[in-house]
Design a protein around this ligand. Structure first.
Ligand SMILES: Nc1ncnc2c1ncn2[C@@H]1O[C@H](COP(=O)(O)OP(=O)(O)O)[C@@H](O)[C@H]1O
Ligand SMILES: [Mg+2]
Length: 366
């Protein structure tokens, strides 16, 4: 937190290639394995970037993805072929996060991105026009405004598509030519852009989204799918929350002590028990709320609690700082989920050794 009156222009959120520029440079410097055309580092170095490790120089690379290394190897190997990569999974399983880091490590930019929504147009995928130029001089290459996909093709880089299945099916079909022919026709100019070596695409999609547009089988065939699972164990999930909250605390300059491991453990325990519908010891069933209760939400609950503790408490994360965020994460449907949450508090939290403070705080705020 800055105490002076000067306005800081530091970025609220840096892109991965900027935030981890030092790691990327160190990996490139120590990389002696073959690189696919236009890649900045070898596939093995990309996996080290994602999973973390120590370089021969002693330089420590932090882990970005916490989970199965093999999934990352398959993802990276896919991108070194002519098949595109589809990262699939429930919300909050690090699909966007992994996509960003893959692009940053492989081609130096994670910013060639198309955000998929119901309103994503073909222009956003192909190209649009600079109408002033178009009207003044007629169709010309200079008047073409390339989409991030087109720019990635020209430069031989990785393009990203977020939430591919939210894009209407007809619009999704624009990707078929791009991925099968590796060209993008510009009929108005009787021309086409051929992708430079190194071009590929990473798409993400939620397999929980309701009312989304299925991928056509023609498009599905162009992708290798890697399913990112929710964290397998409590310990893995705690490690993820811990490392992300620490990074967020630094990024937002929150003047609080890092949360104690037991506070994070409690949040993760609650999330997992409600998500799975059974207590961690396997002894009691609990009702499941309607929301997904993803790891990403656990990160926000702890991060939000930390901000409360810093600005309105004594700087130490307490049960009271966590419960409002927790209630908000659990209760998505104001009627049904409120009952589920209340029941969980009364049957599980209340009876648990050492959780009295938590129960009291939750009761007081519920
Ligand atoms: N296995 C994991 N390893 C590292 N971080 C994770 C993992 N799972 C979730 N996260 C964290 O959760 C947050 C949300 O992930 P995100 O990529 O937005 O989810 P998705 O796109 O799958 O919905 C990110 O900050 C990410 O660091
Ligand atoms: Mg995402």
């Amino acid at each position: 937190m800055t105490s002076s009156n000067t306005v800081s222009t530091a970025k609220l959120r840096e892109a991965a290639e900027d935030a981890y520029a030092e790691e990327i440079a160190a990996l490139i410097a120590s990389d002696d394995r073959p690189r696919p055309p236009n890649w900045r580092m070898s596939p093995r170095a990309v996996v080290t970037y994602l999973m973390g490790g120590t370089l021969p120089s002693g330089f420590a690379v932090t882990p970005k993805y916490i989970g199965d290394r093999r999934l990352m190897e398959v993802a990276v190997a896919t991108l070194a072929t002519d098949r595109a990569l589809l990262l699939l999974g429930v919300p909050g399983t690090a699909k966007s996060w992994v996509s960003e880091h893959l692009a940053a490590a492989i081609c130096g930019t994670s910013r060639l991105i198309v955000q998929g929504t119901a309103g994503t147009s073909e222009e956003a995928i192909r190209y649009g026009w600079n109408y002033a130029l178009l009207l003044a001089k007629g169709p010309s290459r200079a008047a073409v405004v390339g989409s991030p996909i087109l720019r990635a093709m020209e430069a031989g880089r990785i393009a990203r598509v977020e939430e591919l299945t939210r894009i209407p099916s007809e619009t999704q079909d624009s990707f078929i030519t791009v991925l099968s022919e590796k060209t993008l026709p510009i009929p108005e100019l009787d021309a086409e852009v051929s992708a430079a070596k190194g071009f590929n695409l990473i798409a993400t999609a939620n397999n929980r989204d309701r009312g989304v547009n299925e991928l056509s089988s023609a498009l599905k065939r162009r992708f290798n799918t890697v399913v990112l699972p929710p964290p397998a164990t409590v310990e893995a999930e705690i490690a993820i929350v811990e490392s992300r909250v620490a990074a967020l605390g630094r990024a937002f300059e929150i003047p609080a002590e890092p949360p104690g491991a037991d506070e994070i453990r409690r949040v993760v325990t609650i999330f997992r028990e409600l998500r799975e519908g059974v207590t961690l010891d396997g002894k009691s069933k609990v009702k499941q709320p309607s929301g997904t209760l993803s790891t990403a939400e656990a990160i926000s609950v702890v991060g939000g609690g930390l901000a409360l503790a810093a600005h309105f408490g004594d700087g130490r994360l307490s049960a009271r700082d966590l419960v409002s965020g927790l209630g908000g994460a659990v209760v998505k449907d104001p009627v049904q989920d409120a009952i589920v949450w209340r029941e969980y508090l009364e049957t599980v939290v209340k009876e648990r050794d050492g959780w009295k403070d938590f129960y009291k705080a939750a009761r007081a705020s519920a």
